[in-house]
Design a binder for this molecule. Structure first.
Ligand code: ZN
Length: 186
């Protein structure tokens, strides 16, 4: 049965663990498929563009995405979920973006990440997925996959002096952020 899940907030140890790989033989199990659907429902409820399983207290390598993330599956449909993803940076060039996180509500910080990456994973049908992502999609993917390594965006801030509460971000930084590019919650 699909249900809304409780989101773990910064300080909960589950967010700092390295998540366990999923046994591919488990992917087709109805309970696992329900878990993915529940993650998708929870992400939408809290207006995230992505969500990782440790954020709902499950230390397993599953990430889900909103269609706004711009990720497509092999059939050209919005990609909903990836299992056991690995990322390789394809460039040393970086983009910086103001990131937010459902596990760190109310805060935003600017993070630089490689802007072209290769991703290998399984999809929710257990099929192998390989894709090259750039810019926004690459940022979303790296933020989510960081959660599977026990990392949060605040570990990667360009400059801690820019870390802002949402209200102060709206007042002092949003104009520059819109000029520089998008900002995101995940
Ligand atoms: Zn996050």
């Amino acid at each position: 049965m699909r249900q809304l899940l409780k989101v773990a907030r910064m300080g909960h140890p589950v967010l700092r663990r390295v998540a366990d790989a999923v046994d591919p033989a488990q992917i087709a199990h109805p309970d696992f498929q329900d878990f993915i659907d529940s993650m998708l429902d929870t992400m939408i409820e809290y207006e995230g563009v992505g969500l990782a399983a440790p954020q709902v207290h499950e230390s397993v390598q599953v990430v889900v995405f909103h269609e706004d993330a711009g990720l497509l599956d092999a059939d050209g449909e919005p990609l909903e979920a990836l299992i056991n993803p690995t990322i390789t940076a394809l460039t040393e060039d970086t983009s910086s973006m103001w990131e937010g996180c459902l596990s760190i509500p109310g805060l935003r910080g600017k993070v630089s990440r490689p802007n072209r990456i290769q991703v290998e994973a399984l999809d929710r049908e257990g099929r192998a997925v390989s894709m090259v992502l750039e810019e926004f999609a690459a940022v979303v993917m790296q933020h989510e996959c960081d959660h599977l390594l026990g990392k949060l965006f605040i570990d990667r801030l360009d400059d801690t002096r820019e870390l802002s509460y949402q209200e102060e971000f709206d007042r002092h930084w949003v104009q520059q952020a819109e000029e520089d590019g998008v900002y995101i919650d995940q």
